[in-house]
Design a protein around this ligand. Sequence first.
Ligand code: NAD
Length: 347
Amino acid sequence: MSQESLLFLNRPAVLACLEKFDPVEVVAEVLRDQAAGRTEIPTEGYLPWRNGNGAYSRAIAMLGALHRETSSVYGMKLINAAVDNPSRGIERAGGLSFAFNPETARPELIAEAGYLSAIRTAAYTMVSLRELGPEQWDGLTLIGTGALARAHLDLLVRNFPEVRRVTVFDLSAERSAQLVAWAAGQHPQLTVAVAASAAEAVSASPVTVTLTTSDDPYVPASWIRPGSFLAHVSLGDLTEEVFLGAEAVFGDDLDLIEENPRRILGRLLQEGRVTRPGTAAAPATGPGRTVDGTLGQVLLGLVPAVRPSTGYVVSNPFGMSILDVGMIDAVRRTAVELGVGQRLDLL
Ligand code: NAD
């Protein structure tokens, strides 16, 4: 046997591991670690370019660490995407997750990251719904019907089995139809209807999750029913007024959000029109508000949960490396137990 090797997991091996643990619990545990100050999120590496078709393409390198009582966990997700990949018949985003050996610092496991990354994102939405969603809800709207939409439905049926009514909207009717056909095969208990417009989709359900690739905010406050929860996962869909008029706004990591003015909430924070909890109040001139806190703080009881009542609540998860690190650590432990994966000799 080679002196140095690592374990490689392809998607089937990752799926076999995901059957054995609950990603929603993994994400909730990482969020509690974060709120307790036991995590590290270095600055992300971000490399954007235009491919031969002129389509936005990028690589993001996301390192992170969790410092738990028993041991520390270190790792990284490299997640690359080209927005025109679906027209090639492949998923928009793909990449690799790494788990590092805490003593030698060597990568000891690499795994296909496309589905794992989508599931960690959907798991965050499930935790946010559990803690901040409407007390009672009976229908889910998904705007954008790509890979993230599928991951959300995979976790919806496990976490909210009573919710059977799903409304979807996508600018591409073909992609909506593909999602409906996929859901009929994978989750026949769901009734999936395609809305004629984004406005109709948002007003159809008390919970909306945005999963598009939009850069232009298009959801005004007037579309949102009182008592609704919005998970702004794709970060470029809600207009400023939606943030400014919300009953409550929660994030995942406020530094990450503020560092990125390309995204709406980041820009509002940089402009001082939205402020962080515990800082000076939003400006006296013009509308402004304060972010209520992070989901991890809610989980630890450090800030009160606010569920929608007469208005609506917004969750704005930037997407944290530590969630990927928590997931790859759970996958690593499970892969060792199951004996799945392929050992690759490095030397
Ligand atoms: P995808 O390309 O598979 O699907 C996106 C879909 O959105 C496409 O079908 C496209 O036609 C549709 N779309 C684009 N603009 C639209 C609009 N204005 N209205 C309706 N539909 C529109 O992408 P995906 O892999 O499912 O990812 C979806 C989004 O989630 C991406 O923007 C991605 O960056 C984001 N994301 C966020 C996090 C996070 O933690 N916040 C994590 C992973 C992915």
